[in-house]
Design a protein around this ligand. Structure first.
Ligand code: NDP
Length: 241
């Protein structure tokens, strides 16, 4: 039976690139979106053309009950995931003195609670399938080094790094690896208004990364060649830190 991977936020950006790359390599995909149904449908068609099985899930990763219900239903219908990629995330950037309660709460709630909400319902079925597995989370250079204007986002991503490392210890003996990808600046909607001169200043390679350059690493971490890599934070950032 083909291995199946859940990728949150795979309707756009990095998640979409990961979904296409994994489908090209034969993985069945649980494709997830939040609000953009038409973008998700387009990706679903692209994946189906690659002749893999695709299920489509919709939820807000911050809505614990909705996430649990959707994931449990998908697993009941199609079986446990071999891989889970916690990719969906948001930013609400502003200097800390001007940061509203809502900007703090929404980023922490979506990004960090999303770790529990999405990964928790997938674990026991993955363990009980006894095939090992792969969990990959998306952090950021901002969660490693901190970034001005992103105190909320840096906190949420640093939290994801801690949670990822702790979970890796719990699951290692089950042959389930748990790693974190920490991108730098990647060309997606999230950074569409980022000034070019700042890119040149911040990135030694003088360009943003492509979503595909994250997808390549995710694909490797899903492969048998990466079976002994766990508890790691792997940066893809053109030399930023
Ligand atoms: P995009 O903004 O391009 O895409 C975000 C995706 O997440 C969409 O599929 C969106 O679904 C989904 N999403 C957004 N909010 C929610 C929510 N509340 N619940 C469920 N799904 C949601 O993001 P990127 O592709 O740029 O980023 C992907 C990940 O990589 C994020 O975790 C981000 O923090 C991280 N990252 C990105 C960097 C970059 O430079 N782009 C740098 C470092 C880290 P929909 O469209 O349906 O609403």
């Amino acid at each position: 039976m083909t291995n199946r991977v859940l990728i949150t936020g795979s309707s756009r950006g990095i998640g979409k690139a990961i979904a296409i790359k994994l489908a090209e390599n034969g993985f069945d995909i649980a494709l997830h979106f939040h609000s953009n149904h038409s973008a998700a449908t387009e990706v679903q068609q692209t994946l189906s053309a690659l002749e893999v099985n695709v299920s489509l899930l919709q939820f807000d990763i911050g809505d614990r009950a909705a996430v649990k219900q959707a994931i449990e239903a998908d697993i009941a219908e199609h079986g446990a995931y071999y891989g889970v990629i916690l990719n969906a995330g948001i930013n609400r950037d502003t200097a800390f003195p001007a940061m509203t309660e809502n900007e703090w709460d929404s980023v922490i709630h979506t990004n960090l609670d999303g770790f529990y909400n999405v990964i928790h319902p997938t674990i026991m079925p993955m363990v009980q399938a006894r095939k090992g597995g792969r969990i990959i989370t998306l952090a950021s250079v901002s969660g490693i080094a901190g970034n001005r204007g992103q105190v909320n986002y840096s906190a949420s991503k640093a939290g994801i790094i801690g949670a990822t490392k702790a979970l890796s210890l719990e699951l290692a003996k089950r042959k389930i690896t748990v790693n974190c990808i920490a991108p730098g600046l990647i060309e997606t909607d999230m950074v569409s208004d980022f000034p070019t001169d700042l890119v040149n200043q911040m990135v030694p390679m003088k360009r943003m990364g492509k979503p595909n350059e994250i997808a390549g690493l995710a694909n490797f971490l899903l492969s048998d060649d990466a079976a002994y890599i766990t508890r790691q934070v792997i940066s893809v950032n053109g030399g930023m830190i």
